[in-house]
Design a protein around this ligand. Structure first.
Ligand SMILES: *[C@@H]1O[C@H](CO)[C@@H](O)[C@H](O)[C@H]1NC(C)=O
Ligand SMILES: *[C@@H]1O[C@H](CO)[C@@H](O)[C@H](O)[C@H]1NC(C)=O
Ligand SMILES: *[C@@H]1O[C@H](CO)[C@@H](O)[C@H](O)[C@H]1NC(C)=O
Ligand SMILES: *[C@@H]1O[C@H](CO)[C@@H](O)[C@H](O)[C@H]1NC(C)=O
Ligand SMILES: *[C@@H]1O[C@H](CO)[C@@H](O)[C@H](O)[C@H]1NC(C)=O
Ligand SMILES: *[C@@H]1O[C@H](CO)[C@@H](O)[C@H](O)[C@H]1NC(C)=O
Ligand SMILES: *[C@@H]1O[C@H](CO)[C@@H](O)[C@H](O)[C@H]1NC(C)=O
Ligand SMILES: *[C@@H]1O[C@H](CO)[C@@H](O)[C@H](O)[C@H]1NC(C)=O
Ligand SMILES: *[C@@H]1O[C@H](CO)[C@@H](O)[C@H](O)[C@H]1NC(C)=O
Ligand SMILES: *[C@@H]1O[C@H](CO)[C@@H](O)[C@H](O)[C@H]1NC(C)=O
Ligand SMILES: *[C@@H]1O[C@H](CO)[C@@H](O)[C@H](O)[C@H]1NC(C)=O
Ligand SMILES: *[C@@H]1O[C@H](CO)[C@@H](O)[C@H](O)[C@H]1NC(C)=O
Length: 610
C-alpha cells in the first residue's frame, strides 16, 4: 500500500538529493580514422569478457566499423586513435571488467553504470586523464583498489549500488580534483577516512553502508560541500559541531545512525540554503530547536524515531517551501491549547504534502483549525497518540488527502458525512478509538479507497450498502464494533477485496452467496456474530483464501465438500457453531492447513484422514 506509514529511510530521498548534480564535459569528437592500436585491442579484450548483450549494443564493434565509431566509443580530436569516452551505461550488459580497460590511457569518461558487471574492479591507475568513473548499479565485488587514487584528474567517482567490501581507500584525499564521491549502497565498512578533505568536494554520498566510528571533523575543511549523505550507517557521536560552519549545505542526511545528544540550538540559523534535513532514526534527545524555522529553504524535515521531547515549534510555520514534516515516533507533547499552535502556523506552508506526528504523546482534542492546513496536504498521520475528543469535521476541507491515519487514540463521537468530501482518500484508518454512531454512508463516495479500517470502535447501525461503490477496496476491517443487521450482499461483491474482517459485531443473517465473487480474498474473518444458515458452496471460488474464521456464529448444515478446493487455506476455524455434518475427504485434502478448529459443533464420524 502506497500509503502505509513507513519510517523515512534516507534512501527514499537520495534520488531527490542527487538531482542536485550537474555534469560538465569538455569537447569530445569522433574520429573517423580506423587504425589498429592498443586502444582497439583493449576494447576487443573488454568485449570478449561480455557474456550477454541483450540489446545487441555491441553489434557494430567489428572490424567493418572503425573503432572510434563503435557504439559508446568516442575518440580524441587531437589524438584521433585514442579513446576518450566509453559510455555503455544502461544496456544490461553482463560480464567482467577486464584489466585492459586500464590501458585506455586517454580515457576521460568511463560510464558503465546500470549494467550487470560483476567481479572485481580492475586497476585503473594509469588513467591519468580520467575525469568521470561511473560504475554505479552493477554487481561489482571486492575492495576499491587503493591505486584508484592515482587517477589524479578524477572529478566524479560513482560506485553506488554494488556489492563491494572493505573500506573507503584511506588516501582518497589524494584525489585533489574530486567534486563528487558517490558510494551509496555499496556495503563498505570501517570509518570515514579523515583524509576525505579534498577541498573541491561538493557532494558526498556514503549512505546505506556499514560505516562505523564518528564523523571526522576533517570534513569541516570542505568549504564547498552542498550534499552530505551519511544516512543508514552505524555512525556514532553527537551532532558534529563542525557542520555548523558549512553554510553551503543543501542536503544533509545523517538519518539511521547511532547519533545521540541534543541538537545545537542554532542548527537552523546556519544553513541558509538547506533544503533537506534528515536526522531520523537516531538517538537524539531534548527539544526540537525552534531555530529550524529560520532555515527558510527547507523542504523536507525528518526527525522521526528519536527521543525528542517538548513541543513542536510553531516556527515550522515560517518554512514556506516545506513539503514533508516527519516527526513520528518521538516523545513530543501538546498538553494545552497553546502547544497546538504549531498546527495553526503550518497553514502558511502552502507546499505541505506530508505531515506525520504519529507515535508521540500528543494529548487533548485535535483543534478545529486543522481544517486550515493547505489543501495540497496528501498524507496526515496522527495515529498512536493520546488524542481525545471529537474528530473535527473541518478535516473534510483537506480535500487533497490521500492517507488519513488517526488510529490508536482516544477519539470519541461520530464521524459525520463530511468524510465523503475526501474524494482522493486511498487509505483511511480510524481504528482503535471510541468512535460511535453509524458508519457514514458517504464513505461510498471515496471511490479510490484501498484500505478502510474502522475496527475496535463503538460504531453502531448497519453496514452501509454504499460501500459497494468502493471498487478499489482491498482491505476492509470493521471488527470489534457494535454493528448489526444483515451481511449486505453488495459488499460481498467487491472483487478487489483481499482481507475482509467483520469479526466481533452483532451481524446476522446468512452469508451471501456473492462471496464467490471475491476471487482475490485471502482472509475472511467473521468470528463472533450471529450468522446463520449454511456456508454457501460459492465460497470455494475464493481460491486465494488463506485464513477463514467463522467461529462463534450459528452456522448449520454440513461443512461443504467444496471447501476442499481451497488449495491455499492454512487456518480454518469453524468452532462454536451448529454444524452437523462433515465429509472427511473435504478438509483432509487441504495440504496447506496448519490450524484447524472444528470444536463445539455437532459433528459425528471419522476425523479427516489427511
Ligand atoms: C588490424 O589487425 C588485424 C589483426 O589483429 C589485422 O587482420 C588487420 O589487417 C589490421 N588492420 C590494419 C588496418 O592494420
Ligand atoms: C554503431 O552503433 C551505435 C549505436 O547503435 C550508433 O550510434 C553508431 O552510429 C554505430 N556506428 C556506425 C559507424 O554505424
Ligand atoms: C555516462 O556518464 C556521462 C558522464 O557523466 C554522461 O554524460 C552520460 O550521459 C552517461 N550515460 C548515460 C547513458 O547515462
Ligand atoms: C596493456 O598494454 C601493455 C603494453 O602497452 C601490454 O603489454 C598489456 O598486455 C596490456 N594489457 C592488457 C590487459 O591489455
Ligand atoms: C601513479 O602515477 C605515476 C605517474 O603519474 C606513476 O609513476 C606511478 O607508478 C603510479 N602509481 C601507481 C600505483 O600506479
Ligand atoms: C552515474 O550513473 C548513475 C546511474 O546511471 C546516474 O544516475 C548518474 O547520474 C551517473 N553520474 C555520472 C557523473 O555520470
Ligand atoms: C556485505 O559484506 C559482507 C562481508 O563483509 C557480506 O557477508 C555480505 O553478504 C555483504 N552484503 C551484500 C549485500 O553484499
Ligand atoms: C588532508 O588530508 C591529508 C591526508 O590525511 C593531509 O596530509 C592534509 O594535511 C589534510 N589537509 C587538511 C587541510 O587538513
Ligand atoms: C566552490 O564552488 C563554486 C561553484 O560551484 C566555485 O566557483 C568555487 O571555485 C568553489 N570554491 C572552492 C574553494 O572550491
Ligand atoms: C529514550 O530515552 C529513554 C529515557 O529517557 C530511554 O530509556 C530510551 O532508551 C531512549 N530511546 C532511544 C531510542 O534512545
Ligand atoms: C472549511 O471550509 C468551509 C467552506 O468550504 C469554511 O466555511 C470553513 O470555515 C472551513 N473550515 C475550516 C476549519 O477551515
Ligand atoms: C456523495 O455523492 C453523492 C452523489 O454521488 C452526493 O449527492 C453527495 O453529496 C456526496 N456526499 C458527500 C459528502 O460528498
Amino acid at each position: 500500500m502506497c500509503c502505509a506509514k513507513q519510517p523515512v529511510k534516507s534512501s527514499m530521498l537520495l534520488l531527490l538529493v542527487w538531482l542536485l548534480l550537474s555534469y560538465f564535459f569538455g569537447n569530445i569528437h569522433c574520429s573517423t580514422v580506423p587504425k589498429n592500436s592498443t586502444d582497439m585491442l583493449s576494447l576487443l579484450d573488454f568485449k570478449q569478457a561480455i557474456t550477454n548483450d541483450p540489446g545487441k549494443v555491441l553489434s557494430n564493434w567489428t572490424a567493418s566499423t572503425p573503432y572510434c565509431q563503435w557504439a559508446g566509443v568516442k575518440c580524441s580530436r587531437t589524438h584521433t586513435d585514442r579513446v576518450v569516452v566509453l559510455d555503455l551505461a544502461g544496456h544490461s550488459l553482463t560480464g567482467t571488467l577486464t584489466a585492459s580497460l586500464g590501458n585506455l590511457t586517454f580515457l576521460r569518461i568511463l560510464n558503465l553504470s546500470v549494467n550487470h558487471f560483476s567481479g572485481h574492479l580492475p586497476h585503473l591507475n594509469h588513467l591519468h586523464q580520467l575525469e568521470v568513473l561511473n560504475l554505479s548499479s552493477n554487481s561489482l565485488q571486492g575492495v576499491i583498489p587503493d591505486t584508484l587514487t592515482n587517477c589524479s584528474n578524477l572529478r566524479k567517482l560513482f560506485l553506488a549500488y554494488n556489492f563491494l567490501e572493505g573500506e573507503i581507500p584511506l588516501n582518497v584525499g589524494l584525489l585533489s580534483k574530486l567534486s563528487t564521491l558517490q558510494l551509496t549502497n555499496t556495503n563498505l565498512t570501517g570509518a570515514i577516512p579523515p583524509s576525505l578533505n579534498n577541498t573541491l568536494l561538493e557532494k558526498i554520498g556514503l549512505a546505506n553502508n556499514r560505516l562505523t566510528g564518528s564523523i571526522p571533523s576533517e570534513l569541516g575543511y570542505l568549504s564547498n560541500l552542498s550534499v552530505l549523505l551519511l544516512g543508514g550507517n552505524m555512525l556514532s557521536g553527537v551532532f558534529p559541531a563542525f557542520l555548523l560552519n558549512m553554510s553551503t549545505l543543501i542536503g544533509l542526511d545523517l538519518g539511521g545512525n547511532l547519533l545521540h545528544g541534543e541538537l545545537p540550538s542554532n542548527i537552523g540559523s546556519v544553513f541558509p540554503s538547506l533544503r533537506i534535513l534528515l536526522l531520523g532514526i537516531n538517538k537524539f534527545e531534548g527539544q526540537i530547536p525552534a531555530s529550524i524555522g529560520n532555515a527558510s529553504n527547507l523542504e523536507v524535515i525528518a526527525l522521526s524515531s528519536n527521543n525528542f521531547t517538548g513541543q513542536v515549534p510553531s516556527s515550522f510555520g515560517n518554512l514556506l517551501q516545506l513539503n514533508k514534516l516527519i516527526l513520528e515516533d518521538n516523545m513530543l507533547e501538546a498538553p494545552d491549547t497553546k502547544s497546538w499552535e504549531f498546527l495553526y502556523a503550518l497553514r502558511n506552508c502552502n507546499h505541505l504534502n506530508v505531515l506525520s506526528l504519529a507515535g508521540n504523546r500528543l494529548t487533548g482534542a485535535i483543534p478545529d483549525y486543522i481544517g486550515k492546513l493547505p489543501t495540497g496536504l496528501a498524507k496526515l498521520y496522527l495515529d498512536d497518540n493520546h488524542l481525545s475528543g471529537l474528530v473535527p469535521s473541518s478535516i473534510g476541507n483537506l480535500t487533497g488527502l490521500i492517507c488519513l491515519d488517526l488510529d490508536n487514540n482516544k477519539l470519541t463521537g461520530t464521524i459525520g458525512e463530511w468524510i465523503g468530501m475526501l474524494k482522493k482518500l486511498q487509505y483511511l484508518d480510524l481504528s482503535e478509538n471510541s468512535l460511535n454512531g453509524p458508519i457514514p454512508s458517504s464513505i461510498g463516495n471515496l471511490t479510490r479507497l484501498g484500505v478502510l479500517d474502522l475496527g475496535h470502535n463503538e460504531f453502531t447501525g448497519t453496514i452501509p450498502t454504499s460501500l459497494a461503490y468502493l471498487q478499489q477496496l482491498t482491505d476492509l476491517n470493521f471488527s470489534y464494533n457494535k454493528l448489526e443487521g444483515n451481511l449486505p450482499s453488495v459488499v460481498f461483491s467487491i472483487p478487489t477485496l483481499n482481507t475482509f474482517v467483520l469479526s466481533y459485531n452483532k451481524l446476522e443473517g446468512p452469508m451471501p452467496s456473492e462471496v464467490g465473487h471475491l476471487t482475490q480474498l485471502t482472509e475472511l474473518l467473521l468470528s463472533s456474530n450471529k450468522i446463520f444458515g449454511e456456508i454457501p458452496d460459492t465460497l470455494s471460488q475464493c481460491q486465494e483464501l488463506n485464513i477463514l474464521e467463522l467461529d462463534k456464529n450459528c452456522l448449520t448444515g454440513s461443512i461443504p465438500v467444496s471447501l476442499g478446493n481451497l488449495k491455499s487455506l492454512s487456518v480454518l476455524n469453524l468452532s462454536h457453531n451448529n454444524f452437523s455434518g462433515l465429509n472427511p475427504s473435504a478438509i483432509g485434502d487441504i495440504k496447506t492447513l496448519t490450524r484447524l478448529d472444528l470444536s463445539y459443533n455437532r459433528l459425528q464420524g471419522e476425523i479427516p484422514f489427511g
